[in-house]
Design a protein around this ligand. Structure first.
Ligand code: FE2
Ligand code: FE2
Length: 214
């Protein structure tokens, strides 16, 4: 195959293709095995199973948003170093997406019907911030990763104690997300002011409430 420079239209079509795959179809194969793979399954009662599916569906939607955010940022980042620095975090998000989806399906649930909406919103925010400047877009990534980490910490207290598989996934994701937030700050991301962070918390609460049910 011959190498050629991607035009603006090529880039947009590539992003559109990735977006449709992320929002509507199964996650790509993860690079790392799921932390749940080595843990024996436990029988959950119907109530606990339904609750776990809801929580893991929220986490899965969070990962759809993360895909969208990193893809939006990659499209509009001005400095190639910024794209490269974020590549590792973006690759780990694919693992998270696949682990959550696998766990939801194993429990007999389905991913959120609202994922395309959340994908579109996160992509626009990521790309829009990148159009302004890289430091703003990196700051947005850092603040988002902080929000995700807060959710995951809460889910660790909410998940049934017996569900060691889901807990192992969430614990591993939490370690990764904290590192992603730090990577974005180290790459030069702005520290967002508290009112902006509060607005982001409101938006993520809307995502949590809706994805838990739908
Ligand atoms: Fe993630
Ligand atoms: Fe992350």
């Amino acid at each position: 195959m011959t190498d050629r420079k991607l035009t603006g239209l090529d880039k947009i079509l590539t992003q559109l293709d990735q977006g449709l795959r992320t929002a509507f179809s199964s996650a790509p194969l993860p690079e790392r095995k799921s932390p749940a793979d080595t843990i024996a399954d436990t029988n959950l009662n119907d109530k606990d199973r339904a609750h776990t599916i809801g929580l893991m569906r929220v986490n899965h939607t969070g990962e759809v948003c993360a895909q969208a955010l990193y893809q939006g940022q990659a499209l509009t980042a001005k400095l190639p170093e910024v794209r490269d620095q974020m590549k590792h975090s973006a690759a780990e998000e694919i693992d998270h997406l696949a682990w959550c989806e696998e766990r939801i399906k194993k429990l007999g649930g389905q991913t959120s019907l609202l994922n395309p909406i959340w994908y579109a919103m996160s992509f626009s925010l990521g790309a829009g911030a990148g159009l302004i400047n890289d430091k703003l877009s990196l700051g947005f990534v850092a603040a988002t990763e902080d929000q995700v980490s807060a959710h995951l910490s809460k889910h660790l207290s909410d998940l049934p104690k017996e569900d060691l598989k889901s807990r192992a996934i969430v614990e591993e994701m939490l370690v990764d997300e904290r590192r992603h937030a730090q990577a974005a700050r180290d790459a030069g991301g702005y520290e967002f002011p508290s009112p902006v962070k509060k607005l982001m918390t409101l938006a993520s609460s809307a995502m949590t409430l809706s994805s838990y049910r739908l």
